[in-house]
Design a protein around this ligand. Structure first.
Ligand SMILES: Nc1nc2c([nH]c(=O)n2[C@H]2C[C@H](O)[C@@H](COP(=O)(O)OP(=O)(O)OP(=O)(O)O)O2)c(=O)[nH]1
Length: 312
């Protein structure tokens, strides 16, 4: 079943949510306006028809957001989500459904239809995900504190502290130092691998491939991000099963940090990202300027080391 769903975003960045009416599948859950494609209909035509029928608005501008394959008990669906940023008419409830406008950050994901959680993450997450270089020595502590702070001030909203040469406590200390600034700017920090450290600090964690397969359930609450390093369909499926918020998929191109690895290339990346029920960042040989190309291949954005820091 192919279902289109619209994230209507207003000029203040608020999102329109609708409540599924009694008697329908997932009654009471909050969702994105939309519905099933009719025979012979294109996704955009279905989106226009559903928004006209449900809200009385005419779509003027829609761009692809994410495609989520999902399985409920009795049926499978492809939730095909679009960002609608321009429309004519004032959205109103034409089918008796409750409506509300909320900033994506304020939406309680527990109240959403389960397949909509990755959609909400796709709306919340930025286009770039800088990662600290694995070979940074501990003596560069001050330098990396400054780089991370400058990146946050310059607009980065999602940053991974991956510093395997440092003692864990030193990485935790760095995260704790940066936390007030990150909170002020609405940026999220993720520790690589260190679940206990993330739990103690209230930040996110980025799971390594080896950790991913050993975990049976989400190791942190929903308000702390969980990311996973993935390289194939099986690892992506595991990340989804675990309830990870997003994944990186690598290597897309050849990269200095993993010279022997065979690159996926964009076509294989696209197929894997689209089949995964979560936002996926392209990693490996990426630069911040490649985010448009990556998004065209179904990515949430780009992740990387070189080129992502103010001094590089
Ligand atoms: N419209 C919509 N459906 C969603 C969302 N999330 C989600 O899991 N679904 C599921 C619920 C349903 O199983 C399916 C869509 O069915 P629907 O009942 O909205 O479709 P429709 O508007 O064509 O309704 P109907 O003619 O069958 O009454 O997709 C969402 O955000 N929007």
């Amino acid at each position: 079943m192919h279902v289109v769903a619209a994230a209507l975003i207003d000029a203040d960045g608020r999102l329109l949510l609708a409540q599924r009416p009694p008697g329908k599948h997932l009654a009471g859950a909050w969702e994105f306006p939309g519905g099933k494609l009719e025979a012979g209909e294109t996704p955009l035509a279905a989106l226009a028809r559903e928004l006209d029928e449900e809200l009385g608005v005419a779509v003027e501008q829609a761009t692809p957001l994410i495609r989520i394959p999902w399985r409920y008990n009795h049926h499978e669906l492809l939730l095909d989500a679009w960002c609608v940023t321009r429309w004519r008419g004032e959205p109103r409830s034409l089918e008796g459904q409750a409506l509300r406008w909320q900033l994506p950050i304020d939406v309680d994901q527990a109240l959403l239809a389960p397949a909509d959680r990755p959609l909400l993450q796709a709306l919340r997450l930025p286009k770039s995900y800088p990662i600290t270089p694995a070979d940074a020595p501990l003596v560069q502590r001050d330098h990396w504190r400054e780089q991370l702070a400058a990146a946050i001030v310059h607009g980065e909203r999602l940053l991974q502290l991956r510093l395997p040469l440092w003692p864990r406590d030193a990485v935790r200390e760095l995260a704790a130092d940066l936390l007030p600034l990150a909170e002020r700017y609405g940026a999220q920090l993720l520790l690589n691998e260190d679940i206990d450290g993330a739990r103690a600090l209230g930040v996110g964690v980025h799971l390594k491939k080896a950790q991913l397969v050993t975990l049976a359930e989400r190791p942190l609450p929903w308000r702390q991000l969980i990311a996973a390093s993935c390289h194939d369909a099986e690892e992506l499926a595991h990340a989804v099963a675990l309830g990870a918020d997003f994944a990186t998929l690598s290597p897309v191109a050849t990269t200095a940090s993993h010279p022997g690895a065979t690159p996926l290339g964009w076509p294989a990346f696209h197929a894997l990202a689209e089949a995964a029920a979560l936002p996926v960042y392209a990693l490996g040989g990426m630069g911040p300027s490649m985010s448009r190309e990556a998004c065209a291949a179904g990515a949430q954005g780009v992740a990387g080391i070189g080129g992502f820091w103010p001094d590089s």
